[in-house]
Design a protein around this ligand. Structure first.
Ligand code: MTE
Length: 320
């Protein structure tokens, strides 16, 4: 991961027509939701026909909304996906080798039963929601994304957790045919593959923690981690592992890729914290993709009311 050296984009979200239409429709949905069934309103929100992918059926969770979204083009062309490239514009050009159609997730370890479940089955069984979350990369850029997904806890509950379940490890599919950089081993590889990430069990079961299967109303673009990825909005973006196929529940702390690569710079927790600098740069501010000016970064990325309780007796500098 690098610090951004490029000049920021000048384009405002409101300059992009399809996002404008999308936002207008969201405003209407919000008004309807307030007038109608309360916080949640079931709907099949069609996205702009300009947005590729299959339209998903979901309800809009109006508890999670933001004044403006990062535009679709930026979310899908400024990516970190090292299985394809180190360059931000690499994954959108190279991820065509990913085949997300026939895909399942296996859950093993401290669960009542090991299960393997197909992504299409999850999409049809679990209630999909649109949640607009802030997303803050450890490199200092941020975005606001209308994810579509379901709570990770629904899936973990399906497998059933044992009393020894303390940590959860996630793994990206290991298939060098789909992910060309996985062909590189040892010192030739930029990072060790397959990519792995981890959460404490209470973090994994937290209602904010999503498994995303889409954004902007459509199935996930390949470069954003199709067909299914994690989204943990109060942590730095690298915790949100893409294209996962394996979840392992364990009693002890497990490895996570960036912590293996550089434990001094990337801790296991990696909660967004403006007061704890990265050893090479400050985390006090962030540049929203598409914005000219930086803005102040908030503790836990602005989700402190919901998540700070999980860390109340912890030294956040030590457990960074
Ligand atoms: N997951 C995998 N498998 N491989 C990766 O390289 N990069 C991480 C995270 N998940 C990464 C990954 C990092 S560093 C970030 S910031 C986010 O994905 C970027 O997500 P985005 O490209 O959708 O913005």
């Amino acid at each position: 991961m690098n610090i951004i050296t490029k000049a920021p984009w000048q384009l405002k979200e409101s300059d992009v027509t399809d996002e404008k239409i999308y936002n207008e429709r969201r405003t209407l949905m919000k008004i309807a939701a307030v007038a109608g069934a309360g916080a949640m309103m079931p709907t099949a929100l069609p996205a702009s026909s300009d947005i590729p992918g299959t339209t998903l059926n979901f309800s809009k969770n109006s508890a999670y909304h933001e004044a403006s979204l990062t535009d679709y083009d930026k979310i899908t062309t400024y990516n970190n996906f090292y299985e394809f490239s180190l360059a931000k514009d690499g994954p959108s050009k190279l991820a065509h080798t990913l085949e997300p159609e026939d895909w399942s997730i296996e859950i093993t370890g401290e669960v009542e039963k090991n299960i393997t479940i197909d992504v299409n089955e999850m999409i049809s069984k679990f209630p999909l929601e649109e949640r607009i979350y802030r997303f803050r990369c450890v490199e200092g850029w941020s975005m606001v994304v209308p994810w579509v997904g379901f709570e990770l806890s629904y899936l973990l509950k399906k497998a059933g957790l044992t009393s020894k379940s303390k940590f959860v490890q996630f793994q990206t599919k290991n298939d060098p045919r789909m992910f060309p950089e996985q062909n590189k081993k040892g010192f030739l590889a930029n990072i060790p593959f397959p990519y792995v990430e981890g959460l404490r069990i209470d973090e994994a079961m937290h209602p904010l923690t999503l498994l995303s299967v889409g954004l902007y109303g459509k199935t996930l673009p390949k470069q954003n981690g199709a067909p299914i990825r994690l989204v943990v909005p109060w942590k730095y973006g690298f915790k949100s592992i893409k294209s996962m196929t394996h979840i392992h529940v364990s009693e002890t702390l497990t490895d996570s890729t960036w912590n293996i690569v550089n434990p001094r710079e990337y801790g296991f927790y990696s909660n967004v914290n403006p007061e704890v600098s990265h050893p090479r740069w400050s985390q006090a501010k962030e540049r929203p993709l598409g914005a000219f000016f930086k803005k102040r970064t908030e503790i836990f990325n602005g989700y402190a009311d919901e998540v700070a309780g999980m860390y109340k007796n912890m030294d956040l500098r030590k457990n960074f």
